[in-house]
Design a protein around this ligand. Sequence first.
Ligand code: CO
Length: 430
Amino acid sequence: MSNINNQTMDSYIEGLFAFIDSSPTSFHAAANVGQALEEAGFQRLYETKPWQIESGKKYFVDRNDSAVIAFSIPKKEQKGFHIVAAHSDSPCFKLKELPELSVEEHYLKWNVEKYGGMILSTWLDRPLSAAGRVVVKGPDRMMTKLVNIDRSVAVIPNVAIHMNRDMNKGIEYNPQTDMPPLVGSADGRGGYLALLAKEAGVQAEEILGQDIFLYNKDRCSRLGLAEEYICGPRLDDLECVYGGMKALMQEEPESYISMLAVFDNEEVGSGTKQGADSTFLRDVLSRIRSGLQLTEETYQCMLAESFLISADNAHAVHPNHPEKTDSVNKSWLNEGIVIKYHGSQRYATDAYSAAVMKDICREAGVPYQTYANRSDIAGGSTLGNILMAQVSMPTVDIGLPQLAMHSALETAGAKDLAYLIRALSVFYSR
Ligand code: CO
């Protein structure tokens, strides 16, 4: 159906892999998005300073160093906003404020808690590293510094099968007692802040706060007999973040202000100042309004003319468990963008927004598929309907099909990213 060539597809995948591999946490993802936007000519704005914005120019702003909103203003007219939303965070382990635990004066472990709805077993027996941010006092304000240990420092070992013969009958993991990773011998006790300080280029005593997470050290790779799949950590939702960013950077807007909104904390309910349930998007929209000196009336008309695509990965049919999906409304890897429906509106898609999305896909020449949960399975939630409480406009929930969502290592189709970029480019240029 599509005329996307292999070279284009491969170059997008290479770009995605580099982005994911260098984005172990939402802080790194936001920084990488910011850097790519700056290189593409987007000007950085700060929420703490006045904005001088003009038609025909491109801007971005971050919040909490972990969420980013970028926008590109067309020169000749601004009928409304074309917004793509995605999320920068993925399920993982967060280190507690005081993370060191010792085992009988021999081992040192880190005290962790769950961040999001992860598949716990997938974090066992694989090399793990740690990354995040530390906060130090600067000359006139607190300063954030990103840290990435960037080498294997931790492992959560399984209990040997000889010690638990029921191992393969399904295990209930207790995150407090089963999940703390081993990080070394007890001699290393007291060295945690020094380890972060070294990465941040500061003294240990200077660190006043930290948000540090474990991450899977595996790098992204191609998979399958014909390399038709991609495999890597955090595909949900960095695949859609990357797709949205590429489309925004490569397309000049015509009549609508193009926006990309990357929120943090989707995996823990979005209810933070940098999450989809915050005022971040609304605040940016209203500052665009004042920057362009639009009247309230004009602004309200523009909002009513706007459209939002909430892009968060979707479930493909599982090869061993096809019965887990609806018998008809199901999607497959490499068969296109998934439009998600939910009777109770946890996905914001309705007849109108689905029609717009299908029309975009047709114009882009890319395939789309349909997803609805089995009626006896609750399914997950996402950004779309949460955002509507803050700023309301027609919204479609879409995603790219993937397997093993919220595993430490997820699998998706190699072709689908190119389909997404093509469709979002059409959306932005309409
Ligand atoms: Co997601």
